[in-house]
Design a protein around this ligand. Structure first.
Ligand SMILES: C[S@@+](CC[C@H](N)C(=O)[O-])C[C@H]1O[C@@H](n2cnc3c(N)ncnc32)[C@H](O)[C@@H]1O
Length: 228
């Protein structure tokens, strides 16, 4: 890019003349922003490929010590093939499994983010928590829906300091943060060494009464390798 414009002054000191400089401004824009900014579509009723990754056992095991002692029943509301369901059952919890997709391991097809629908059992299950790894593309809809339901929850989501996550903390959410990344099981079955997550994940909890907004937990390499 030639950064000296007509008039002899180098950019950005050049005085912009809107009649003559549009081509140059386009070039500058092109050079600065090589990739277009795109936002992936949200599809609350149709899961996308990136919404179907599954959770290794070690990620569930990190959460177990923090589940309040009065909770004995879990609603896994985006159950997929049942990885979290099976691990919670292994730890002694009763689990009700729903998903928007039919799958052999689920009890009911249910769109969790449908604002018009509340399952019957939520009214009388006092010792219940909602626990899942929500679909990546609509995780905020899941969290907002769970907040509306006023039921303790833990959602495994990517970690960041977006306005959304700051607001959830302001609404009383507390985070459990492992020292290593969770490597999810891909839709094609890759796991362990062959699946490396590109982001850090946390358990975002509400109603778990952890007493602080950030709790750090140890996730060993051995666990990541042997407890998938
Ligand atoms: C990231 S996967 C997690 C699967 C499982 N919970 C696990 O961790 O192994 C998210 C799941 O959410 C389901 N899903 C997507 N949109 C949904 C919705 N609106 N209501 C309920 N389930 C949904 C997908 O079908 C998918 O099985």
């Amino acid at each position: 890019m030639n950064n000296e414009l007509e008039g002899g002054q180098p950019w950005p000191f050049h005085k912009f003349n809107e009649n003559t400089d549009s081509r140059v401004v386009d070039d500058l824009t092109y050079n600065i922003r090589v990739k277009p900014i795109t936002t992936a579509p949200k599809t609350p009723t149709i899961p996308q490929g990136r919404d179907t990754f599954e959770t290794p056992n070690y990620a569930v095991d990190l959460l177990i010590p923090f589940i309040p002692k009065n909770i004995d029943f879990v609603w896994e509301c985006a159950a997929g093939s049942g990885k979290i369901v099976n691990r919670l059952k292994h730890h002694g919890y009763g689990v009700y499994a729903t998903d928007i997709r039919q799958n052999s391991g689920i009890d009911l097809i249910w769109n969790f983010v449908d604002p018009t629908a509340v399952p019957m059992f939520i009214n009388y299950m006092r010792n219940m928590a909602i626990i899942t790894n929500p679909p990546y593309s609509v995780k905020e809809l899941f969290i907002n829906r769970a907040l509306e339901m006023d039921c303790p929850f833990a959602f495994l989501i990517n970690a960041d300091y977006s306005g959304l996550q700051i607001n959830w903390i302001k609404k009383g959410c507390e985070k459990i943060i492992p020292n290593r990344r969770i490597d999810f099981i891909t839709p094609t079955g890759r796991q362990g060494k062959t699946s490396a997550s590109q982001f850090h994940s946390i358990w975002l909890t509400h109603g778990f009464n952890l007493g602080r907004t950030e709790t750090f937990v140890e996730l060993s390499l051995k666990e990541k390798k042997e407890n998938i």
